[in-house]
Design a protein around this ligand. Sequence first.
Ligand code: PEP
Length: 254
Amino acid sequence: MGRKFFVGGNWKCNGTTEDVKKIVSTLNAGELPSTDIVEVVVSPPFVFLSQVKSELRPEIQVAAQNCWVKKGGAFTGEVSAEMLANLGVPWVILGHSERRALLNETNEFVGDKVAYALSQGLKVIACVGETLEQREAGTTMEVVAAQTKAIADKISSWDNVVLAYEPVWAIGTGKVASPAQAQEVHAGLRKWFEEKISAEVAAKTRIIYGGSVSGSNCRELAGQTDVDGFLVGGASLKPEFIDIIKAAEVKKCA
Ligand code: PEP
């Protein structure tokens, strides 16, 4: 069974209601490939989730950018997985490097979050990736394997997880990984799945790339065997997000 191309748009902490209206109308007017060949998910800030979910064309799903690690309660400022499920939000992004770096989320904490979100019926875009220092020290595979293992240790199925490889040095910097660099890590992660989990999980789990993906570099990246889609930050707020979604056509022709 082939892996359906997946494109996520991470809007991060951006936008006003007017901006959101503009982005949604651009997405609603865009000519998109069929849902048979690409799955598209956009992730607005929590406060806009309901607005986007109700105004966006039904082929595009929504994701939250985070959720709490366990059942809701006395956790001021947090949003629980139960609340997202109750709102009909199907996806959540967890382990984004901005949260790991700025909010000190550890590998274990991210693993716990992924497990809890899955237990509540959410699907998860789980992010892993090395810093520039780690890459230069030659520890990229070790770092992403440890981040993936911390998730694997807490979950019993990868069916509802998309793994996003996002090198930290490429996020929001305009410095995209070369197609060969992306392919090397994606293939390494797939091998890790095969050796540590199962051949089936290795073959089925979508591994998407994130880090300065744009309308001009997306097709070459999509052409790599183990790149199953993208997680897009900055460009997901712009009309070029449509071109990035269309990169799924590269796989169809492959
Ligand atoms: C991201 O935030 O997940 C991301 C990949 O950002 P950008 O595309 O802006 O590098």
